[in-house]
Design a protein around this ligand. Sequence first.
Ligand SMILES: NC(=O)c1ccc[n+]([C@@H]2O[C@H](COP(=O)([O-])OP(=O)(O)OC[C@H]3O[C@@H](n4cnc5c(N)ncnc54)[C@H](OP(=O)(O)O)[C@@H]3O)[C@@H](O)[C@H]2O)c1
Length: 294
Amino acid sequence: MEQIVVLITGCSSGIGLSLAVRLASDPAKTYKVYATMRNLAKKERLLDCVKGLHKDTLEILQMDVTDQQSILDARHRVTENRMDILVCNAGVGLMGPLEAQALDTMRQILEVNVLGTISTIQAFLPGMKARGHGRILVTGSLGGLQGLPFNEVYCASKFAVEGVCESLAVLLQHFNIHVSLVECGPVNTDFLDNLQTAKPGEAALQRVDEHTRSLYHTYLKHCGMVFQNAAQDTDDVVKIFLEAIQSASPAFRYYSSDALLPLTSPKISAPDGLQYIRTMSKIIFSTNEKEEQK
Ligand SMILES: NC(=O)c1ccc[n+]([C@@H]2O[C@H](COP(=O)([O-])OP(=O)(O)OC[C@H]3O[C@@H](n4cnc5c(N)ncnc54)[C@H](OP(=O)(O)O)[C@@H]3O)[C@@H](O)[C@H]2O)c1
């Protein structure tokens, strides 16, 4: 049987790397995986995981999602001349008070997360449409479903990705192309290390008012706790990707964990939006209030 051709972006680490390894290790060699990364100097980690055993199921390609030519070059190197499953996974975070963010940094986040996802889809969509078949999977985020303080630009980017995917999904039904988002909560990856963040003592942060800095400090503690107590392993997320990939009629949204749904429900149950805002503020900043009351 013909192998299912899959291309994944952002495979130097984290979710992309784990998904590439899992698919390329399929005992029946069901998948031919094109694991792409913007910097091939980082390929050793992926190669270490597969230990050179996947010559007929894995190929590593350079691809920077912000560089159109590099996307086209990667597409050109897909020898099967078709893409069955495209996984748009590459993404970067940005954290800190909005006033402390430099325009160039914000632009870079939007370029990778939004335009990078769109450009990748654009490159492979005509082929999928022509064949009347294909799957597009996108790594979404809780930050694309609800606003999170000090993550305004990241959330803006991930909300935008939701809009792109939902809009496309409506159209692509007519081409037998399924679009699915895998919404992730905190996952143990290099994401926090790679995240651009305003660090205490940084000049830009010092220019921000004291109340905001104090709330940011509380948020960082909350964030640290959430990652410590609730972060999933990439294997958990990969399982959800597999469910979407193997389903005959995939859902539009998958959630990496059942714990994510209750967090999004106030947005649906109270459409004026205030319940979500109050609940989230309480969850995140209650530590600060308790400290202030002492
Ligand atoms: N970890 C979490 O808690 C979490 C939660 C929700 C959603 N997500 C989403 O999950 C996805 C994967 O992140 P992760 O958690 O696996 O973090 P990660 O380990 O930092 O992986 C991110 C990947 O994206 C790549 N990337 C960044 N900019 C790129 C570009 N211009 N072109 C191509 N690749 C680029 C990175 O490559 P380099 O190594 O070269 O930087 C890396 O391979 C992201 O879309 C993220 O928003 C993560």
